[in-house]
Design a protein around this ligand. Structure first.
Ligand code: FAD
Length: 385
C-alpha cells in the first residue's frame, strides 16, 4: 500500500485531520507517526458550543467527554453566568475513539527525525515516502512572534463532598492578582471530581509549580472544598500573540511541508487555544479529493496567512492587555469585557467579531492609560522581546 499522506505527530490537530479524512474515506492510506505511547498525549481541550458550526459539533461529538450547559465568570465587581455550552475533549477519549479507526495506520512510540515534503525519516534511520506530509509536531517556539504567555498549572482532584457547581468557572479573578492577570479555572467533571487551574496572563513563561499547587489547595479551601485526593496534574504555557512576522515564522523548519495546529500558528491569539481552528482545518483538508505536497503546503500556508490577517485586532487587544495595563490591573480589561453582550462574547471567542463589535469593545472609558493604549496601535513586525 502506498502512503498517500503522512501526519507527523499524533497530537490534537493531526489526530483530528486523520479522523475526519477516515470518516469520509474509511480505506484512505494515511499514516500517523507519534513519539508518545498514545494519541494526544495527556491533555484536556475545551471549547465553547458557539466556537463551532452545528456540522462541526456533530462530527466532534464522540470525542467530547464532558458537556455543560453554561459557564460562569467571577471578578471583584462582576459575577456572571453565560448560557453558552462548554465542552471538554480529553486525550484519553481522543485515543479511545481514533486509535481503533487508524489501526495499523498509526505508529506510536516512534520518533521522526527528518521531515520533507515527500516523506519522513525515523529515529532508526528508516525512510517512509508519501505523496504529501503534514507537520503537526506542536508549538515550534522560535523568536519570530512577539508573545506574552497564558500559563497554568492544574490539579485534577477528588473532593470529599460535592462542590455544588452547576457548570465550569472559566475565570475566577477574585483571587489575589500576582504575576499579571491571574484567575482560577475550574471544570467540574462530576459532583466530586474537578480540574482546578491557577492561571496567569504573564510576561514570562516561568512557573513555580510548588507555589501554584499550594495556591490551588488554598483556593479549594476558600470555596469550602476539601481535596480528598489529587489524581493528576497538567501544565501549560501557551503563546498569546502581540505581533510578529508570520512569514519569518513559516520560514523556519522544513521547507515546503504543510503544517497543522500550533506548528502552523493555527490558534486563537488571545487564548492560545487551537481546538476550533484544528477542527476547521481538518474539515478543509478532508474535503480535498487527492493530496500532493505542493498544494497541501500552499493550502496550509495560505490559511495561516489569512488567519493572521483576520486576527490583527486580537493582537491589538493583547498588546493593550500586556503593554498598556499595569500587570495587577490587567483583570479590569476582562472584567469590563464580560460586561458586554452574550453575542459579542461568543463572537470574540469564535474569532468572528463584526466591525461594530470591534468598536464596541474599545469605546467607553478604557481600563488602561489612554496614551499607553494609543502606543499599542502600531504592530511591530519584529521579534519577540
Ligand atoms: C495543558 C494544556 C491545556 C490546553 N488546553 C486547551 C484547551 O482547553 N482548548 C484548546 O483549544 N487548546 C488548549 N491548549 C492549547 C493547544 O490547543 C494544545 O497545545 C494542542 O494540543 C495543540 O495541538 P497540536 O496538534 O498543534 O499539538 P500537540 O497536541 O502538542 O501535538 C503534537 C504531537 O507531536 C508529537 N511529536 C512532536 N515531535 C515529534 C517527533 N519528532 N516525532 C513524533 N512525534 C512528535 C508530540 O508527542 C505530540 O503528541 C492547551 C495546551 C496545553 C499545554
Amino acid at each position: 500500500m502506498t502512503t498517500e499522506l503522512i501526519l507527523v505527530g499524533g497530537g490534537l490537530a493531526n489526530s483530528l485531520i486523520a479522523h475526519r479524512i477516515l470518516m469520509k474515506r474509511p480505506d484512505f492510506p494515511l499514516l500517523v507517526v507519534e513519539r508518545a505511547a498514545s494519541l494526544g498525549a495527556n491533555h484536556t481541550w475545551s471549547f465553547h458550543d458557539s466556537d463551532l458550526s452545528a456540522g462541526q459539533r456533530r462530527w466532534i461529538e464522540p470525542l467530547v467527554a464532558h458537556h455543560w450547559a453554561n459557564h460562569e465568570l467571577r471578578f471583584p465587581n462582576r459575577r456572571r453566568t453565560i448560557e453558552d455550552g462548554y465542552n471538554s475533549v480529553t486525550s484519553e477519549r481522543l485515543h479511545r475513539v481514533i486509535a481503533p479507526v487508524l489501526g495499523n495506520r498509526m505508529r506510536l512510540e516512534t520518533e521522526v527525525t527528518e521531515v520533507t515534503p515527500d516523506g519522513i525519516v525515523l529515529a532508526d534511520g528508516r525512510r517512509i515516502a508519501a505523496r504529501a506530509v503534514i507537520d503537526g509536531r506542536g508549538d515550534p517556539g522560535g523568536s519570530h512572534l512577539d508573545i506574552g504567555y497564558q500559563k497554568f498549572l492544574g490539579l485534577f482532584a477528588r473532593l470529599a463532598q460535592p462542590h455544588g457547581l452547576t457548570g465550569p468557572i472559566l475565570m475566577d479573578a477574585t483571587v489575589q492578582q500576582t504575576d499579571g492577570y491571574r484567575f482560577v479555572y475550574t471544570l467540574p467533571f462530576t459532583d466530586t471530581e474537578v480540574l482546578i487551574e491557577d492561571t496567569y496572563y504573564a510576561d514570562g513563561p516561568a512557573l513555580d509549580r510548588p507555589l501554584l499547587r499550594a495556591e490551588i489547595e488554598d483556593y479549594a479551601k476558600q470555596q469550602g472544598w476539601a481535596i480528598a485526593e489529587v489524581t493528576g496534574e497538567e501544565v501549560g504555557v501557551l503563546p498569546i500573540v502581540l505581533g510578529g512576522d508570520i512569514v519569518a515564522f513559516w520560514a523556519v523548519g522544513p521547507a515546503g511541508v504543510a503544517r497543522s495546529g500550533m506548528r502552523g500558528a493555527f490558534f486563537h491569539p488571545t487564548t492560545g487555544y487551537s481546538l476550533p481552528d484544528a477542527i476547521r482545518l481538518a474539515d478543509e483538508i478532508a474535503a480535498i479529493p487527492s493530496f500532493d505536497s505542493a498544494s497541501l503546503f500552499e493550502l496550509t500556508r495560505r490559511r495561516s496567512d489569512d488567519l493572521w490577517r483576520r486576527t490583527g485586532y486580537y493582537r491589538l487587544l493583547n498588546r493593550m492587555l500586556f503593554r498598556a495595563a499595569e500587570p495587577d490591573q490587567r483583570y479590569r480589561i476582562f472584567e469590563r469585557f464580560y460586561g458586554l453582550s452574550d453575542g459579542l462574547i461568543r463572537r470574540f471567542y469564535a474569532g468572528r467579531l463584526k466591525w461594530n463589535d470591534k468598536v464596541r469593545v474599545l469605546i467607553g472609558k478604557p481600563p488602561v492609560p489612554v496614551l499607553r493604549a494609543l502606543r499599542c496601535l502600531v504592530e511591530r513586525r519584529g521579534r519577540r522581546v
